[in-house]
Design a protein around this ligand. Structure first.
Ligand code: MN
Length: 194
């Protein structure tokens, strides 16, 4: 059985980028519902007792995949944030070097990532992941999917389901995505890359 992760910061900590109201609904209602739904589906199923990532890798399209995928996605999403820093702080070390090698600059990477988030039709997630040789790749995942189904290691994600931003930004998805850089904790992303 799975339980709702505790947020590693206060509900108000991500303001003004993400309001306490949005965070409260997103974590306490949306994510809680995915946890409750999966816990109802697991007993008696072949996925009972499996780790979350294994369930996402193995379950076919359907309710188990959707709820497990959304739990995995949101756990990686909520644990990548920290209180807003003026101007944001980029990564350093191997991750920064790889971004520079592939995109030329942090600004070019951010523009590419935001464009793929804005361009994703409907509900889903935009991800930065690493492949087995350390190369970075941006993917658009629809619905509840996660880059682990492609054999990639997920590093960073923006949730582009409307519930992630509609209370604060209404239809302005691009404005929400460009603001999210201010609250990314790059030490978390770099640790996932190592
Ligand atoms: Mn969400």
């Amino acid at each position: 059985m799975f339980s709702l992760i505790q947020l590693p910061y206060a509900m108000e900590a991500l303001e003004p980028v993400v309001s306490a109201q949005t965070l409260s609904f997103h974590h306490g209602k949306h994510l809680q519902a995915y946890v409750d739904n999966l816990n109802k589906l697991l007993p008696g199923s072949e996925y009972n007792g499996m780790a979350l990532e294994e369930i996402v890798r193995q379950a076919p399209a359907g309710p188990v995949f959707n709820n497990a995928g959304q739990i995995l996605n949101h756990e990686l999403y909520f644990t990548q944030f920290k209180p807003a820093v003026e101007g944001g702080q980029g990564p350093d070390g191997a991750l920064a070097a790889q971004i520079k090698k592939q995109w030329g600059s942090m600004e070019a990477f951010k523009a590419d990532f935001e464009a793929k988030g804005v361009g994703l039709f409907g509900s889903g997630w935009v991800w930065l992941s690493a492949d087995s040789d350390g190369s970075l790749v941006i993917t658009q995942e629809h619905g509840a999917s996660n880059p682990v189904v492609r054999g990639l290691k997920p590093l960073l994600t923006f949730d582009v389901w409307e519930h992630a931003y509609y209370l604060d930004y209404q239809n302005r998805r691009a404005a929400h995505l460009s603001a999210l850089w201010q609250i990314i904790d790059w030490s978390v992303i770099a640790a996932r890359y190592e």
